[in-house]
Design a binder for this molecule. Structure first.
Ligand code: EPU
Length: 339
């Protein structure tokens, strides 16, 4: 395996922003991964594991360490009755994997269709969409514990999954994800209760959609609402939604009765920050210099071409301040900063 120098990260992220990685390598198997990690230890430089580059904002100055581009491939299946245990390697493209699963008639990941990125990145932020989250089907995550120099299987509970969060975010330098094992089913039930999905099938007058129809619906909805990464530099939702106690949500609802809340449990609800950014702060479809927000989704920041990380951060900060001033809510980036 060769370790390259000064590779421009802009070309490896969907935001199309970011300076060079001082050191860079592509890893396709465990030996190469160990070699890369040893390089980081030997020369005392930090490492950053790169998947599809679809949820990161890289500094204009670049990264002063080694970027490890994860390209381990492979998917295996083990059938047990109606359950199928599927293990996918970290470097697999997420949506190609989901497409393959749906083709085989396996239920459980269809609502997570068309999310950019790789399998290895999926557990890090517990990807979620249309009422499903990765944690609903994960059995275990196979990792390299970089600190202890050993391989481990972390159970679903050990991964500490919650909304856009996991143990992998707690300490990003401890584990590197090698593969993820899911329990999927030959005879699952479909989750079509989320508003956008329900409206789609109501409109099409389809009462009992098939697995494939649900995947296609999610793809269509996403294509309509979210920018195409081939057309725009973007990392999808830039901020997380905010989970607050019922009382705080009720107070907001009094002020803004049209806002739709999502119940998390009996005590908490999720506030749709996109709605607040749009209807309270007027941030949908704004453009300033090379940056802006998407015309159909105020939560999505866009590089209109030639934007710098500094410009994105300045716009994001303006959005954070405005939401706080108008609602008292503190919003946090969902996109990971590589600074
Ligand atoms: N809305 C507006 N204005 C906008 C956008 C949305 O009023 O500009 C309203 C919508 O009508 C809806 C609410 O705000 O009532 C929430 O919007 P939506 O349901 O589209 O989803 P979201 O909360 O913006 C989340 C995820 C997405 C995921 C969708 C669908 C986060 C941070 N984002 O977005 O994930 O695809 O739900 O389930 O949780 C991502 O993580 O990159 C991502 C795209």
């Amino acid at each position: 395996m060769s370790i390259q120098k000064d590779i421009l990260l802009k070309d490896l992220t969907t935001f199309r922003i970011g300076g060079p990685a001082k050191h860079f390598c592509v890893v396709r198997n465990e030996d190469e991964l160990i070699e890369a990690v040893n390089f980081s230890k030997k020369y005392r430089v930090p490492f950053f594991v790169l998947g599809g580059g679809s949820n990161i904002l890289v500094a204009d100055e670049g990264f002063e360490g080694i970027v490890i581009k994860m390209e381990m491939k492979g998917v295996t299946y083990k059938e047990e009755g109606t359950d199928v245990f599927v293990t996918a390697s970290a470097g697999e493209n997420w949506d190609s994997f989901v497409s393959q699963i749906v083709e085989k008639g396996l239920y459980g990941l269809e609502n997570l269709s068309y999310i950019p990125g790789t399998v290895g990145a999926a557990p890090v932020q517990n990807i979620g969409a249309y009422g499903s989250e990765l944690k609903d089907t994960v059995i275990s995550v196979h990792v390299l514990d970089v600190v202890k120099d050993e391989y481990k299987d972390l159970s679903n509970t050990e991964c500490k999954f919650s909304y856009r969060d996991s143990i992998f975010k707690e300490d990003p330098k401890k584990y590197i994800v090698l593969s993820v094992t899911f329990r999927l089913s030959n005879r699952g039930t479909l989750n079509i209760g989320y508003k956008d999905v329900q409206e789609y099938f109501d409109f099409k007058k389809i009462k009992e959609p098939t697995l494939k129809q649900v995947r296609n619906a999610v793809i269509e909805i996403r294509q309509r609402k979210l920018p195409d990464v081939k057309e725009y530099g973007t990392a999808g939702s830039f901020f997380k939604n905010v989970i607050v106690p019922n009382a705080q949500a009720q107070a907001l609802l009094k002020k803004y009765p049209e806002m739709i809340l999502h119940k998390v449990n009996d005590k908490k609800v999720k506030i749709p920050i996109a709605w607040i950014l749009d209807h309270v702060c007027g941030f949908r479809g704004v453009k300033k210099g090379n940056v802006g927000t998407f015309r159909n989704q105020a939560l999505v920041l866009i590089n209109h071409g030639g934007a710098t990380a500094a410009e994105i951060i300045a716009l994001a900060q303006k959005m954070v301040d405005e939401v706080y001033d108008k609602t008292g809510i503190e919003i946090e980036p969902e996109v990971e900063y590589v600074l």
